[in-house]
Design a binder for this molecule. Structure first.
Ligand code: HEM
Length: 293
């Protein structure tokens, strides 16, 4: 772990130094609009540029060490989760060719190759497909919390214990671990209806029934959980996934490999593997270029 941390630090600090130098050069060349457009449109340069802004109070300025710490957040909390979410979205689309075709028809109607964020967010079927994919194949399957004090967790419906006694709450003691099962809530038939285990984006234009009560930070889903420690990057991740699907689906068709079964391995995020080849993580698919008539 120490060796890995040292590597992360060495490469991370080098990146921070390089980007900082590029941003400083860019600032010196102020007025050269074309170049400032090209230099550093990536997330780290944007962060460094914002951190060096003249109107930022010194108390709000981050030290290089603090900027470095953000890189791990982007990569671990942000990159792997979003990448796995897009992987599973493509898998669901490959398995449901009629949904894939309906989405491609919507995306193909957009005349620009690089639409704005607002234009991408306004595409209704893309929005439904992304929500359904995050519900159906949540990249994070669960998390946990530790009770800070003795408490009682209220229940939506009473449970009957092994002695036949009914309970409206569950008592917890300080230090108890509480599992938060994302999949159980994202796929509960009691909340989503009998077809909860079916990939059906159209459900998002209907009444969500009991799922309306799920206190998720995003669209009644537990994928980004809820409450004060919910995911801070969910809006970023959703527009990123939409942008990737927009580009990929307009150009390519995705189909499953016949006879191949895919399993899910939970390595912090849920990743695919081919059944029978458990050792490597992979999602082989047949990809063809879209032929426009
Ligand atoms: C599909 C993509 C994503 C999923 C499914 C996801 C999911 C989650 C979940 C479930 C948590 C709560 C973890 C816990 O407290 O146990 C979380 C927290 C967090 N996420 Fe995300 N996330 C995604 C994308 C991102 C992105 C793009 C970023 C940043 C660029 C990000 C940054 C964070 C951070 C910093 C936290 C910790 C927040 C805190 O504890 O206050 N996530 N995320």
């Amino acid at each position: 772990m120490r060796a890995s941390q040292a590597t992360t630090r060495r490469i991370g600090m080098q990146l921070v130094r390089e980007k900082k130098a590029a941003v400083m050069q860019e600032m010196e060349r102020k007025g050269d609009v074309e170049k400032s457009k090209i230099v550093g449109r990536d997330l780290l340069s944007t962060l460094i540029r914002a951190n060096m802004a003249a109107d930022l109070a010194p108390a709000h300025r981050m030290r290089d060490e603090e900027v470095l710490a953000q890189i791990s957040t982007f990569i671990i909390a942000g990159h792997e989760t979003t990448a796995s979410g897009v992987t599973w979205a493509l898998y669901s689309l490959a398995q449901n060719p009629e949904i894939q075709e309906k989405l491609r028809a919507e995306l193909s109607q957009v005349s620009e190759e690089a639409p704005s964020m607002d234009e991408v967010n306004a595409l209704p079927y893309l929005d439904m497909v992304v929500k359904e994919s995050l519900r159906f194949h949540s990249p994070v399957h669960g998390t946990m919390r530790v009770a800070a004090t003795d408490d009682e967790i209220p229940l939506a419906q009473p449970v009957i214990d092994e002695y036949g006694k009914s309970h409206d709450t569950i008592k917890v003691q300080a230090g108890d671990y509480i599992g938060v099962d994302v999949i159980l809530m994202n796929k509960s038939k009691a909340l989503w209806g009998e077809d909860a285990d079916k990939f059906r984006p159209e459900r998002w234009e209907e009444d969500l029934n009991g799922a309306n009560d799920i206190p998720g930070v995003y669209s009644h889903l537990m994928s980004f959980i809820g409450g004060p420690r919910a995911c801070i990057g969910y809006r970023f991740s959703i527009i990123e996934a939409k942008a990737l699907l927009f580009v990929l689906l307009r150009s390519f068709e995705f189909a499953p490999v016949p006879g191949q079964e895919i399993g899910i391995k939970n390595v912090i995020v849920a990743r695919p593997f081919v059944k029978g080849q458990e050792k490597s993580l992979a999602l082989p698919m047949i990809i063809k270029k879209v032929t426009r008539s």
